[in-house]
Unconditional design. Structure first.
Length: 146
């Protein structure tokens, strides 16, 4: 893995520009506080959301690759995450539920389920890291496309 970098956007800002090991940029930092309505100030991804987004992305990559190797004709994959955090600092994640929605032609639901379990239990480095703190559960739907 290459270097990850972060640069603070400035003295009056709660925004940070991050760069991944391939040079892709993400803006992170501020998010609305209770009662705030000025959307202009919320320009970055909430840092803790980035962790859940990374989990979804990591698992999705695995599931797509596994199903391709199994010659499954996957045409769409969506994941909806429901993440619960502790009520007190450091607000660690306690439970994360991933709901996978797989669409394809003649998809075998058993192969979709197996791909999800292989990802979460064997291949996804983000899931392996998070499992030490949070419980990860899943569910799935398979939609057949004509």
């Amino acid at each position: 893995m290459g270097q990850i970098a972060l640069h603070w956007a400035g003295h009056d800002s709660q925004m940070f520009i991050t760069r991944d090991s391939f040079g892709h940029m993400v803006v992170a930092g501020s998010w609305p506080k209770d009662g705030e309505t000025d959307w202009v100030e919320w320009k970055g991804v909430k840092p803790s959301d980035l962790l859940v987004m990374a989990l979804c992305s990591c698992s999705a990559y695995d599931v797509v690759m596994i199903l391709r190797r199994q010659r499954q004709e996957l045409t769409d994959l969506r994941i909806v995450a429901d993440a619960q955090q502790a009520p007190e600092p450091p607000y660690q994640f306690t439970e994360i539920h991933l709901h996978y929605i797989a669409t394809g032609r003649d998809l075998d639901p058993a192969k979709v389920e197996r791909a999800i379990h292989l990802s979460e239990d064997k291949y996804c480095s983000v899931a392996a890291t998070i499992k030490g703190v949070a419980t990860i559960t899943n569910s799935y739907e398979v939609h057949q496309e004509k």
